[in-house]
Design a protein around this ligand. Structure first.
Ligand code: PLP
Length: 394
């Protein structure tokens, strides 16, 4: 039998071993810094809502009213009025007919794809799609086709081929992200919508890193295409800019009814805690309010400040990848930044392709000018040291 030690050793040799890390205990790099001295640039809490007083209060009130655990799956009467309210608010906010709330975005993607697709269908994904979309596609049994990142020409070719093989009974689904989690760039949604219409395909867009940031009132990139309803299925997550946790699929009532009946990660899983749903609802309401506009402006100011200081091209939203290539370069660069009090994660294979290891900087409205300046100074030192070069893809 394969023993775990040999697998762990192999990962270590390839510099791919991962461990839980609070980011403050590495003796070489900390040089006497205490936890308060570190600034996190690894969080997806883009608007700083995770510690907002209204979200905390909403979670506490929901717990007091409904209890901690939700007791059963939604179909077995787990959950509460809050879950329903969150779904209708999300649908209205995104401009869709209906929405369904899962425990997290991963489960929402997995369940939706498993509900929609089966053997004989074709799913066409952007190469940089998140693991939950790839895993959902794999589990569905559909034929998987992948196009190079944002390559419309290749997508069209795959659509032509899928169209030729399709039948009245089959489905072709294109999947992309509005803001890519590891590259920070966005998909050419208008062009993809035109292609999906031309080939009568379905389109699913994961808005995990755009919700709250892009589009009017943070409604996401689909909304700013001017024809959000041409996107058949939208996945949004509440563990990032919304400041809570959970994932939603938003679509027409028909699709949501089907997903409710077929998504195994929804049907066979305990409803998310009331507190989590209530905090997500409070977070979304802030995002839609003038306070949300103010937070988006603060985030945009921080992104602009860092990009001007380095200088680099501004990202689509709040994720800035600095691609270094080798796993070891990314790990050493992360260590250097940590020594300067900045926690920036090194992202390695299999999260990104081999040879494309990188630092992933994520910014928040909650960062102060001093914190952004500290990061810019540390990054500049790192790049000026000559020990690290950004690869051509950066
Ligand atoms: C693009 C994308 N989709 C989905 C998810 C999964 O969301 P969750 O963290 O809520 O499971 C993530 C998480 O990082 C993501 O980056």
């Amino acid at each position: 039998m394969r023993d775990p030690d040999s697998e762990l050793d192999q990962l270590k040799e390839k510099h791919l071993l991962r461990a839980l890390d609070q980011g403050i205990n590495s003796p070489v790099e900390t040089k006497g810094l205490t936890s308060e001295d570190f600034v996190q640039f690894s969080s997806n809490d883009y608007l700083g809502l995770a510690s907002h007083a209204e979200l905390k209060a909403a979670a506490i009130q929901a717990t007091e009213r409904f209890g901690v655990g939700s007791r059963a799956s939604r179909l077995l009467r787990g959950g509460s009025l809050i879950h329903k309210e969150l779904e209708s608010y999300t649908a209205e906010f995104l401009g869709t007919e209906a929405a369904l709330y899962f425990a997290n975005g991963y489960a929402a993607a997995l369940g939706t794809l498993n509900a929609l697709l089966r053997k004989g269908d074709t799913v066409i994904l952007d190469k940089q799609c998140h693991a939950c979309l790839i895993d959902g596609a794999r589990l569905s049994g559909a034929t998987i086709r992948v196009f190079p990142h944002n390559n419309l020409h290749k997508l069209e070719k795959l659509l032509i081929s899928a169209h030729e093989k399709s039948s009245d009974d089959s489905r072709t689904l294109i999947i992309t992200e509005s803001v890519f989690s590891m590259d920070g760039d966005s998909a050419p949604l208008k062009e993809i919508i035109a292609l999906k219409k031309q080939f009568a395909a379905l389109l699913m867009v994961d808005e995990a890193h755009a919700l709250g940031i892009l589009g009017t009132n943070g409604r996401g990139l689909c909304h700013s295409t001017g024809e959000p309803r041409s996107v058949d299925l939208r996945i949004v997550t509440f563990g990032k800019s919304v400041g809570s946790a959970g994932g939603v699929v938003a679509a027409t009532s028909q699709w949501i009814d089907l997903i409710l009946n077929r998504a195994r990660s929804f049907i066979y899983s305990t409803a998310p805690p009331h507190a989590q749903a209530a905090a997500a609802l409070a977070g979304l309401k802030i995002i839609a309010s003038p306070e949300g506009d103010h937070l988006r402006q603060a985030l945009a100011d921080n992104v602009r400040l860092l990009c001007e200081k380095l200088p680099i091209k501004p990202p689509a939203a709040a994720i800035i990848p600095l691609i270094l290539g080798e796993e070891t370069s990314a790990l050493r660069a992360a260590d250097h930044l940590r020594a300067g009090g900045c926690i920036v994660p090194a992202i390695r294979y299999p999260t990104v392709a081999r040879g494309a290891a990188r630092l992933r900087v994520s910014l928040s409205a909650a960062h102060t000018t001093e914190e952004i300046t500290r990061l810019a100074d540390n990054l500049s030192l790192l790049l000026d040291s000559g020990k690290f070069t950004l690869s051509a893809t950066a």
